[in-house]
Design a protein around this ligand. Structure first.
Ligand code: PAF
Length: 282
């Protein structure tokens, strides 16, 4: 695996790759990698693309300075994991490479309601930071395909919107959620859960699955209420459980097709906030 820290060097290398007719798949990450991230790399490899993974802990998407400082950083382990799955290129820029003073990097994109609901309601400005960094990384890497996970469904939807709105020539691929054998969605934050908390957290996926049954029998508002009750267990604090239209992230209307319904939730398990989701019509 080649490691680049400067985008000029990365570009030089990728230009040669493109000239040779090879397609480039890009997986942006903030490091602290787990099997969920690796599944994105594997999917890009399966699609026979040269895989570029980036590790950059983006300061503009953190609401609290403390969260940025304490975000897990495990570069040596990450590099070993990437090598194990055959990642071709790792891009590890520093902040001045991504946000050079002389370059205007702010993104004036109106995300409408997409960043006002669910995660956006609890983390104001977070998605502006995510869209800004993904746009910037796409400018630097210029890949053919961009691989992002369904686990952060709202993030995926916002990046999809940005790509359409700005006409960025990249194919966005949504990769399925990777779960622990018992059902917990993989996340860098799981490392902060105790064994007991991991067991409690199973209620999240269980409730999502139940909501898939309930939606056959009751209105979506009742499903949301029932789910919140179901998650209200000792050690858990549900923040929201919403059933929305996957395209707008807004509550469904009478005419929303069943296949467009997705249940999204955020739950505190002790001091760790987890998110998860499930398509209800699949
Ligand atoms: O999902 C993440 O890890 C980050 O939000 C991303 C997409 C790498 C942007 O910093």
């Amino acid at each position: 695996m080649l490691l680049f820290k400067r985008h000029a060097d990365l570009r030089k290398y990728l230009n040669q790759i493109k000239l040779a007719g090879q397609k480039i798949g890009f997986v942006p990450t903030m490091g602290a990698l787990h099997d969920g991230h690796l599944s994105l790399i594997k999917m890009a490899k399966k699609n026979r693309e040269l895989v570029v993974c980036s590790i950059f802990v983006n300061p503009t998407q953190f609401n609290e300075q403390k969260d940025l400082e304490t975000y897990p950083r495990t570069p040596h382990k990450d590099i070993r994991m990437l090598e194990m799955v055959g990642c071709d290129v790792l891009f590890m820029p520093n902040t001045s490479e991504v946000y050079p003073e002389e370059t205007e990097t702010s993104l004036n994109l109106d995300l409408g309601m997409l960043d006002k609901v669910m995660e956006g309601a609890f983390r104001p400005g977070h998605f502006d930071g995510v869209a800004q960094v993904v746009k910037r990384l796409l400018d630097l890497v210029q890949p053919h395909s961009l691989y992002m996970g369904q686990k952060d469904f709202q993030q995926w939807t916002i990046i999809n919107f940005m790509i359409q709105e700005l006409g960025i020539p990249v194919q966005l691929i949504r990769c399925p959620i990777i779960r622990e054998p018992e059902g917990l969605a993989m996340s860098s934050r799981n490392a902060r859960l105790s064994e007991e908390e991991k067991i409690k957290a199973l209620a999240i996926f269980e409730t999502l699955k139940l909501s898939k049954d309930w939606i056959q029998k009751m209105p979506y508002q009742d499903v949301e209420k029932e789910a919140m009750k179901n998650l209200n267990l000792p050690g858990l604090k549900p923040e929201y459980f919403k059933i929305v239209n996957k395209n707008t992230l807004l509550p469904p209307s009478e005419s929303t097709p069943f296949e467009n319904l997705i249940a999204c939730t955020a739950v505190w398990v002790g001091r760790v906030r987890l998110i998860d989701n499930l398509f209800l019509g699949e």
